[in-house]
Design a protein around this ligand. Sequence first.
Ligand code: NOJ
Length: 569
Amino acid sequence: MAGAGAGADAAPDRRAEGDGDVERDGAEPKGADWWRQAVVYQIYPRSFADADGDGIGDLAGITSRIPYLASLGVDAVWLSPFYPSALADGGYDVDDYRNVDPRLGTLDDFDRMIRALHAAGIRLVADLVPNHSSDRHEWFRAALASAPGSPERARYIFRDGRGPDGALPPSDWQSIFGGPAWHRVPDGQYYLHLFAPQQPDLNWDNPEVRADFVRTLRFWSDRGVDGFRVDVAHGLAKRLTDPLPSTEEMAGFGPGAHPLWDRDEVHDIYAEWRRVFQEYDPPRTAVAEAWVEPDRRARYAHPEGLGQAFSFDLLEANYDADGFRRIITDNLAFARESGSSTTWVFSNHDVVRHATRYGLPVPADGGPQKGREWLLSGGTEPVLDREGGLRRARAATLLMLALPGSAYLYQGEELGLHEVIEIPDEDRQDPTFFRNAGVEIGRDGCRVPIPWTRGGSSFGFGTDGAHLPQPTWFGAVSVEAEERDDASTLALYRRALALRRRLQGPEQLHWLDAGQRPVLAFERPGGWRAVMNFGPGDVTLPEGELLLASAPVSDGVLPADATAWLRVP
Ligand code: NOJ
């Protein structure tokens, strides 16, 4: 592999060796199209497996667990940021885009990990964070050490303050994590940070910034990275001409014209990246994290752009048959429009786990249940139906895995993990907690290191504790416990992924009239069907051999909150 083991940028041969290794038998797309219907497993590296016993997960830990990933049956791993970072935002504050955090390992460890993943037939998608660097990045340090108006400052977004002595920030904008989006530096200027103050926004009008990210794309692609998950993909292009509009004024900008988000010019950046992706064989892939209206998503997913975009529609929806059906129909139509495939996701490192969300009642106003009040109340209000939540999560996941397109899973959901509420304030890490005292609890509860064994130090995560405290109930939902239980969620995921590999065909779906409500039923090419019963009553399944179900089926009766896959007779 070009550049393997070296700290310097890799040689210009951009064809990663070993690509032939990653093909597997079965129905999944080959070669350049591998991503279209892939099952991608998200690893939050600091919380997956800790090989060196410092309480923080690392790359060698991931390598040691590749047999587990292979037995689960995933096609690819998406690795959340593993770069050097002060962890002001869980690693999404990057000090150096072309290196590995020493607490997680070295570039050699990275090369070993990717080789072992490829040998197991698993691709690697790396998280890329282009909207902002960290405030420890060498560029930002240089910017602080340089004068206003200098080329060093021009890589970021610096402005003078308003008012006679410049004491007011350049605008009233608020950061996503709460508090002002401008931070004042000692000489009186302000810099923009749409997230935490430790995450200064880069200036994408600056050709140096563009060139440096192209270098980063090639650096990791040369090391064999198969694709990129692009953080805040809708934020890079900004229009910051003076006078800056107020928050209220910005609300009036139409699609594509908002000064900060989802501007049309952002796609010029991705068109350049696409040319880089196409230098490789197979071409590197990308998936956009773009929080945009569904009808704007196709631009990010365009084959001449990033190629795929996350749909968070299911993740944000309540457990509801009509809502699910609408989302599935719309997203399949959007995918056709873009030429891409659809993505589906229920859980990730930013949201309350779906087993927990589905165990909480729908809010009185009918809005999405995000688990916010439950978190704020310390897990008491509203009352969590743990079993019901898990039952519904298993059913929903089995429905998702039957859909055309790619499915993104988040580490620990295959164990049916609930959100961890038992984290004392002094142990919390998420900036949303610190910047919104008493209003937001933050995302630590889904980032607790996952349990591998029933007991022992940190439930098998490592040999000496875990950087976030694990609850006592973790032992019962550990990999060890679930591997011994044929009815466990882990057993269900393994079966579902193995079956999906065999059954998955063209990206088509045909809705069936289930004849009963609230039930969703559809047929996929190749003669198989999925039927989901949203409850509360039992429903009778149509004819056909039962292939898999998320809950016991007897005499052709599918209980409430369950999904079955059937072979068409
Ligand atoms: C989206 C990431 O998923 C989230 O974890 C992060 O805090 C923000 N982008 C900022 O990088």
